[in-house]
Design a protein. Structure first.
Length: 712
């Protein structure tokens, strides 16, 4: 459970509580069928049965108090016979059920009461008890059993990390009290007060870290690149389209930042298809012509190659040399209006890196290979990180290290980030937003397709293809198997989008298992579509297990119109730009999060032709329906993210594992008041004491937070 120290254990907070503080008489408990109750009494009878038919063991105990008696049954826990003895006193907490032989307590939590001790403080029953997130072999009971004595031993010895005046000002519980109350609260009010303190502290630390980083950056020196207005005008005039006002505004903000000798740290946000690439390219051109080099980092190989092509084209009249680096592929395109060099000119890694180091390459585009050892720029002035949420802070930092100077940094993302998050997670960045879409775009028509309407959808697709349009078909798996092993690699590593499968799947929604087995697999779907449904059309499949060259060739063929239907996994999720594609068909749509669906949808609607998004689903689940309906109603990524937040809650949307922020603090992350309070407090403290010299414990905690947290 990544618990390796006592502190880790104490900070493994309960995910919820069960209220067993009200111990009632057994006679009363018998009347509360279906309710959770807590009773105490003496064990008068004990026994165990094995039912061979169902391979089940049942431990059966009768307890008695002054008011009456009740049975308790435990299923498949024969070891209980060791601890439960006739004549001992126990406290039992659990649900009152009705079986063949009458009323009984079903699988109650038990606790032996030591009658020799007065005012026996109970741990598992007779109080509000903590329920922890569990893992195999580690139960809440075991955690309570381990944690309570530690808390008793440590009484008042945990050093206070929050400054005194902050504690006073916000009337927070002290750390010792808060730790106790969060695990074994006297009341729900105390539990809330404890959690309030800890989520304040966590966000406060994040703010401290982010603001310190910002202060550090402000002290660094970056090369200044004065804006060449004439050149920028030439560039915009060379484009086959007009920049939107929003694009112009964002480009201007970036160009202004680049003029300062302080490293820019800007996030360019813009919905899918809003045209971020051209904005970054424009700023890059300015940097190049003022003597700097540009790095352009993309999250996948497909995207890096696509950017290489796009940017080569955008800059073809500007005499710029552009390099491409991926794990196995090195290319250079020395652009100029006079020569017509093959943009696919392959070179050796050595020659590429040589040219980079002596400044003969102006822009290097690549995957994360771009920040690996040996990649040295002569004069890196401007680094662009596309789809920035895929890269961690440490990777951003690495990008800095490759050069003697600190380059200006532009991160780009289509991931909508609520204001609260922008202030915390991205607190060290200035944010520019491309708020409008290119004017030629038509709203993508989104439809939920019921199983009965499948053939109608296919007919429609065939008609579109006959008119030269391209179709994406997205399936959640590569091969169909009974196990989940074949989730596409991105998914099984949990990296795809944080919001792939809703994480709040619980046992109750076992009905969803049938859907899992029903998941459309790319290979099968490819066979089915090409043999049975569209035997006359040109269909190809694409998935993450293919070789890079193969993927690239397929994407090219698809873009050129030599493939009609591309059956793919989520590899086409981000960034892929094929304007002739007008239909995005998503199988098992309920399996994807809204942001990811929106990313998929953004693969079409990239020209002035009407585009469509078909969401195929067989899930009757109400929550899933609600989410898919939101896709139909909303076409704005930011609104969709808000909706997802509303439907699923922050935990599942921005998985806490993704960033290393504990669950208890996640909720606070979406509370604008708390976020602003922590931000102001952090600012004030850093103004007073920039190095936190007077707060060694806080400083220590900050260090460990910085190790733990990785914003993506
Ligand atoms: P994203 O912001 O999702 O990265 P891209 O930069 O890939 O979007 O741009 C999407 C498509 O829109 C590209 O084909 C690009 O050439 C085109 N585009 C960009 N800006 C405009 C504009 N102002 N008018 C028309 N098309 C544009
Ligand atoms: Mg993009």
């Amino acid at each position: 459970m990544s618990i390796s120290t006592v502190a880790d254990l104490l900070y493994h907070f309960p995910s919820r509580y069960e209220d067993f503080s009200d111990v009632i008489e057994i006679a009363n408990a018998r009347k509360q069928l279906g309710q959770n109750v807590c009773v105490q009494g003496e064990i008068t009878e004990i026994g165990s049965i094995n039912t061979f038919k169902k391979f089940m063991n049942i431990v059966e105990v009768t307890i008695q108090d002054n008011s009456g008696q009740i049975k308790a049954l435990w299923f498949n826990q024969p070891f209980l016979l060791k601890s439960l003895k006739e004549g001992s006193f126990v406290c039992l907490a659990g649900k009152v059920a009705l079986g063949k032989e009458g009323i009984y307590l079903s699988n109650p939590i038990h606790e032996i009461i030591n009658q020799d001790v007065e005012n026996n403080e109970l741990t598992h029953t007779g109080r509000i008890i903590p329920i922890y997130s569990e893992t195999r072999g580690i139960t809440s009971r075991w955690l309570r059993y381990i944690i309570k004595p530690i808390l008793t031993i440590l009484e008042n010895q945990i050093p206070e990390s929050l400054p005194n005046d902050i504690l006073k000002k916000h009337k927070f519980l002290s750390i010792n009290e808060a730790i106790w109350q969060v695990h074994f609260p006297e009341s729900f009010e105390y539990a809330d007060a404890a959690k309030a303190r800890f989520s304040f502290e966590e966000l406060f630390l994040i703010q401290l870290s982010v603001l310190k980083e910002k202060n550090r950056l402000m002290e660094k020196y970056a090369p200044a690149f004065p804006m060449d207005a004439e050149l920028m005008k030439q560039f915009t005039e060379s484009l086959p389209f007009q920049l939107t006002d929003s694009q112009k505004k964002c480009a201007f903000a970036i160009l202004k930042d680049l003029e300062k000798p302080v490293p820019m740290s800007r996030l360019l946000q813009g919905d899918v298809g809003s045209g971020k690439t051209v904005v970054a390219t424009m700023a890059g051109l300015n940097v190049i012509k003022k003597g700097g080099q540009v790095a352009f980092m993309a999250p996948t190989e497909i995207l890096a190659k696509q950017h290489f092509k796009t940017i080569t084209k955008l800059l073809k009249d500007f005499d710029v040399s552009i390099g491409l680096i991926t794990s196995k592929n090195y290319r250079i395109c020395k652009n100029s209006s006079t020569s017509d060099v093959d943009p696919n000119f392959e070179v050796s890694r050595k020659s590429l890196l040589g040219d980079l180091e002596n400044g003969q390459i102006d822009i290097l585009i690549g995957t994360h290979s771009i920040i690996q050892k040996g990649v040295e720029f002569k004069n890196l002035g401007f680094a662009v990180v596309d789809e920035q949420h895929r890269f961690g802070v440490d990777q951003r930092a690495k990008l800095f290290q490759t050069s003697k100077l600190t380059p200006h940094l532009l991160s780009m993302t289509a991931t909508p980030i609520p204001r609260t998050l922008a202030l915390t997670v991205y607190g060290d960045l200035d944010v520019s937003l491309i708020s409008e879409m290119p004017k030629n775009r038509k709203k993508i028509k989104t439809v939920i397709v019921e199983p009965s309407e499948r053939s109608k959808a296919y007919e429609f697709i065939e008609k579109e293809v006959k008119q030269g349009k391209g179709v994406f078909v997205i399936c959640p798996k590569i091969e169909s198997k009974k196990t989940n092993e074949n989730l596409t690699p991105e998914v099984s590593r949990g990296r795809a989008s944080p919001d792939f499968v809703p994480q709040n799947y619980n046992i109750k929604s076992l009905s969803s298992l049938s859907i899992v087995n029903d998941v459309k697999a790319v290979k099968e779907e490819y066979e089915r579509l090409s043999k049975e449904v569209f035997p006359d059309l040109r269909i190809t499949m694409l998935h993450g297990k293919m070789k890079a060259e193969e993927k690239e060739r397929i994407m090219l063929d698809f873009a050129k119109g030599e493939i009609d239907i591309l059956v793919s996994t989520s590899v086409v999720e981000v960034g892929v730009d094929v304007p002739r594609a007008t239909i995005m068909m998503i199988e098992g749509a309920e399996r994807f999060g809204l942001s990811q669906l929106h990313q998929f949808r953004g693969r079409v609607g990239r020209s002035d032709a009407q585009s469509y998004c078909f969401l195929f689903t067989t899930s009757p689940d109400q929550l899933n329906r609600k989410r898919l309906k939101a896709m139909v109603e909303l076409d704005n990524g930011f609104k969709l993210a808000e909706k997802d937040l509303e439907i699923r809650g922050p935990g599942s949307l921005y998985g806490s594992q993704q960033w290393g922020i504990p669950d208890f603090a996640m909720e606070g992350l979406f509370n604008i008041f708390l976020v602003e309070k922590t931000r102001t407090t952090a600012k004030e403290l850093l103004e007073k004491d920039p190095e936190l010299k007077d707060y060694p414990i806080l400083k220590e905690k900050l260090k460990s937070l910085e190790k733990r947290i990785h914003f993506e």
